[in-house]
Design a protein around this ligand. Sequence first.
Ligand code: HEM
Length: 463
Amino acid sequence: MTTPHDAPPSTRSERGWRDNPTTIWLAVAAVVGMGVLVQRRLVPHSTWLVIHAVFLGALTHAAVVWSTHFAQALLKTAPDVDPRARQTRRIATLFVGVATVLVAVVTEAWAYAVAGAVLVSVAILWHAVALWRRLRAALGARFRVTLHFYLAAAAWVPVGATAGVWLAREPSGDLEARLVVVHTSAMALGWIGFTVMGTLVTLWPTMLRTRIDPRAESLAHTALPILNGALALIVVASTLGSRLLTALGFAAYLVGVVWWGRALHVPLRARAPRELAPLAVAAALCWATLAVGWITSSLLFQPDWESVETSYGVPAAMLVGGFAPQLLLGALSYLVPAVLGGGPAAVRAARSRIDRYAVLRLVVVNLGVALAISPFHAGVRAGAAAAALTAYLGYLPLIALAVRDSRRARTLPRAAKVTGPSETAPKLDVYRDLVIGLAVLAVAVLAGVLADPVPTWPSLPRG
Ligand code: HEM
């Protein structure tokens, strides 16, 4: 899968390190996820492996690569501030760290899990130092706030990694539940959440092809300390065992999100999303907000920490099913054609390929995830989850074909570019796609019920 950098990577190996990890980790998640659907579990800790292949593998790699790209796009620093060879070493360190964590937790080799978590933290902190050097080299640039979000995001990784390796030791009593809250908050809300919010300040209006809200920078500026304070409250309160204060922290985080989200509203009013990328990103943000709301209410209404932990399967499924892959693949659907460039015809050719059956895919993914976490029969949930997973997998060949289309369009003679089919802007066929999407889901659900699988996925039990 193609991802960008400030200048074209010079060697094949650099391109490989930059482009392949996202695909590798998503493929691991898809294979293990299908294994869980079909025969309960493929390897020990399968559910954990799916969650971490997506979040720690695919999303973390993408966060490092793309935040480097956006930092460069916004600050325009000289190449020697963060040379490409150094970026590649960092990505390789992260890859080795992630692989070590995944294998170590699955095989219950705790010492290796610690080593992997240290490598992951080192790679992310190294990345933060590189971003900070860019900030110092571009003192007058606009949208430095995006970089502040990235730095704050990286600072939460060692906190989340420490809680993660502690969890791998399987602590007893309510400590496990409290550590799960610390770990998931630092990693999902801090590391991934802050990176996403920092990026969308400028990417959201760009995806909608409209102007940025003039207040965006200052709204984001105000939101960051609220979000950081909320996260600190969550971590301290859950470590000390106060469910009420932890819930207050989650509520404060939502306040911060709403404050930041005001910057998305003006572009949204100016131009409603009509392409796959902004629609998928918007749907992903809805799932994340729903998950945070769910955790807040279970902290308030569940009788103890163990019950909070038991109910964590649902928001975890929202994050791993509705938020993470949809955000990543949705953003890539916009970014890949844009970064491939090659002129308007090439960009449109790639985009119209990526947007094929957009509404159908959105319906199957989002209704599929909603059914998958519903309290219905296990067969309904498994069928819906399989349909959603298949719809996600559909992104990968379409993105690969878009790369091919973009290259082809670049080599077309001028006249062919103007009259050729690639020139037409992508158009969504809402009603056709809606009908096919609902039919696909109905068939998948029926097949799930007929197969009557063991009811494991997607209630996401631990292990
Ligand atoms: C240093 C890397 C990491 C390590 C060592 C680690 C380890 C763990 C462990 C041991 C658990 C508990 C499993 C259980 O109790 O059954 C866990 C749960 C979880 N982790 Fe991580 N993790 C890491 C990174 C991440 C990242 C980057 C994210 C998200 C951005 C993440 C999200 C989650 C979630 C959502 C759960 C809860 C899943 C559930 O409901 O069981 N982790 N992690």
